[in-house]
Design a protein around this ligand. Structure first.
Ligand code: AMP
Ligand code: MG
Length: 406
């Protein structure tokens, strides 16, 4: 007797349990993009590490130019030139100026910077055309970061600013949650590669690149195994040499109720449970462990398989990689046309969402029909419209939940 189908949330929880937390690992900064910090980071140095000029100009003692004006400039000898990167210490003597560039260290004895625009820009002698109070155009040691302070915390997603900060405090690498190595294995004897002419009954294989891209987008390392035929021996021959190298196996196809369901035939009774989820699209699902490795088996219909990534794998893998936000942004939107939906199943329709300027909720219309083979309308969509299991019909103008792909 077939058992009760699972809800989306039940299968989501099962996949999340299966895909446990990833271990920490240390990577060079350039390899950390989009990954999540696995430890707090303290700054080894202060930022700025030394008092320095915030503008190009002249380092002076403010008292020496207190009386300067355009009518009565104060002229000072320029004793030194301090470009950025000069590392020797050159004290300023009273009654003199050092020409200084942005980022160069403030010489001892100087207490302010006269910006070049307030001078005649002289090289050997400079005429200062106005007064400047002490401490002007200076960037003080530790103004941004004090050495020893925590600058990035466990759980931070590493984007450009965070990686820039790590580099600025002199760190070559960071400890992050290691992205999982995922093997995407697509089955189907009807599938061929680009460049091959299509014989009757054949189609071009599309799920591998699609699923791999969805997983790479969230940070996974993905290898693809394509064109595995609907034959149990061939399936095992393709899988066995690879399974021990990966953190997760994701299969496509071969899990429905028909004959020649290769994934089901190969992995049933081997630790993988095949189930139905009360959802459209993507009812046939499975998950478990094969040879100790987590396995998630997706249906082969392209739309079903990609929506299955959205519903189950994406949140589970984001959580495994330390992300605290694992869900798509959900907004309310007004339907621009009526929609029918099967009762007893949650439905996820591809949609086009348009924000309305100045208003909290935008409007949304379906992109194509509900068919799980309609990939072109998925490619034109920017969201999923969520319709709960009880709802059979939604009139135009109804408010619906929308998950945004942004
Ligand atoms: P299956 O789940 O194997 O019964 O496949 C369901 C439908 O999806 C069939 O029409 C398959 O031809 C199609 N399909 C399965 N795998 C792929 C794939 N990798 N690329 C494109 N279409 C696929
Ligand atoms: Mg198939």
């Amino acid at each position: 007797m077939p058992s009760e189908p699972l809800t989306v949330n039940q299968h989501r929880a099962a996949v999340a349990d299966l895909v446990g937390a990833q271990p920490p690992v240390t990577y060079q900064l350039a390899d950390c993009r989009g990954l999540v910090l696995a430890a707090d980071v303290a700054a080894p140095v202060s930022l700025p590490p030394f008092d320095n000029a915030a503008m190009d100009g002249y380092a002076v003692r403010s008292v020496d130019i207190a009386e300067a004006s355009a009518e009565h400039p104060v002229e000072l000898p320029v004793a030194e030139d301090i470009p950025a990167g000069r590392t020797d210490v050159v004290p300023l003597l009273p009654g003199t100026a050092h020409r200084i560039m942005t980022g160069a260290p403030l010489p001892p004895g100087a207490d302010t910077i006269v910006q070049v625009e307030l001078t005649d820009a002289g090289e050997h002698r400079v005429r200062v055309l106005g007064s400047v109070p002490p401490g002007k155009h200076l960037r003080r040691t530790g103004e941004d970061v004090v050495a020893g302070a925590t600058v990035l915390t466990d759980g931070t997603v590493l984007g450009p600013a965070q990686l820039g900060l790590a580099a600025a405090v002199g760190l070559p690498s960071l400890t992050v949650y290691r992205p999982p190595n995922v093997l995407v294995l697509s089955t189907g004897s009807e599938l061929v590669g680009p460049g091959e002419p299509l014989r009757p009954g054949q189609i071009y294989e599309s799920n591998s690149v699609m699923l791999a891209t969805a997983l790479r987008e969230i940070g996974c390392r993905v290898e693809e195994l394509r064109f595995v035929p609907d034959d149990v021996a061939a399936f095992h021959a393709a899988l066995e040499p690879r399974i021990s190298e990966v953190d997760l196996l994701v299969t496509s196809g071969g899990v429905s109720a028909g004959a020649y369901e290769v994934v089901k035939d190969a992995l049933s009774g081997q630790g993988v449970e095949f189930t139905r989820v009360a959802v459209q699209p993507g009812g046939p699902q499975g998950c478990g462990r094969y040879r100790g490795v987590p396995v998630v088996t997706l249906p082969g219909n392209p739309v079903s398989s990609l929506i299955s990534v959205e519903l189950y794998l994406r949140p589970a893998l984001l959580a495994a990689m330390g992300h605290r936000v694992v869900d798509r942004r959900k907004v309310r939107a007004t339907l621009t046309s009526e929609l029918d939906s099967p009762t007893g199943k949650e439905q996820y329709r591809r949609g086009v969402y348009r924000p309305r300027f100045g208003e909290v909720s935008g409007e949304v219309g379906p992109s194509g029909g509900p068919g799980s083979h309609l990939l072109a309308s998925f490619a034109a969509a920017n969201c999923l419209i969520v319709i709960d299991a009880e709802t059979a019909h939604l009139p135009e103008g109804a408010e619906v939940d929308v998950l945004l792909f942004d």
